[in-house]
Write a protein that binds this ligand. Sequence first.
Ligand code: HEM
Length: 148
Amino acid sequence: MVEIPGRGPDGAPSFASAPGDDGPPPASLFARVGGEPFFTALVEHFYDAVAEDPVLRPLYPDDLAEARGHLRGFLIQYWGGPADYSALRGHPRLRMRHAPFRVASAEREAWWRHMSAAVRASAAGPAEQAELLAYFDRAADAMVNAPG
Ligand code: HEM
């Protein structure tokens, strides 16, 4: 019988004997950064900057509390924590949810500047910071919906 790497003799995935497997699967980023308190602090740092930003502030409602809660819940869910965001808000559909707001390069740049500063000021280690920064950079590109 030909054994398929990573599979048991019956062809079913084997998690006990995968070649090169020398431990449990890596923990989610959510777990590696210490869970919810990390995301609470990250989002707080980010929105404190948004509150003072002349380009971004006009896009948001007067009270930023809900926006803070939504971003926090989304990021917790995205990085492997509890899925409370979708229980409350449904499928993220982030591009669609941003369609009412004009997101051109100035808005994207301001958003990225504040979020990357929040990540760099956070307690996450270098590998987790790099992962978060790469994700936010790509996600911010995806949210651009206007020229200029
Ligand atoms: C690129 C520039 C961006 C701008 C200008 C922007 C702006 C906004 C605005 C104005 C809202 C609505 C807030 C409210 O009405 O309460 C919002 C909501 C939200 N944004 Fe962004 N955003 C940007 C990028 C991103 C990115 C990259 C992500 C994810 C990584 C993100 C995640 C969210 C989430 C989760 C919400 C709440 C959605 C909901 O209603 O459930 N945004 N954003």
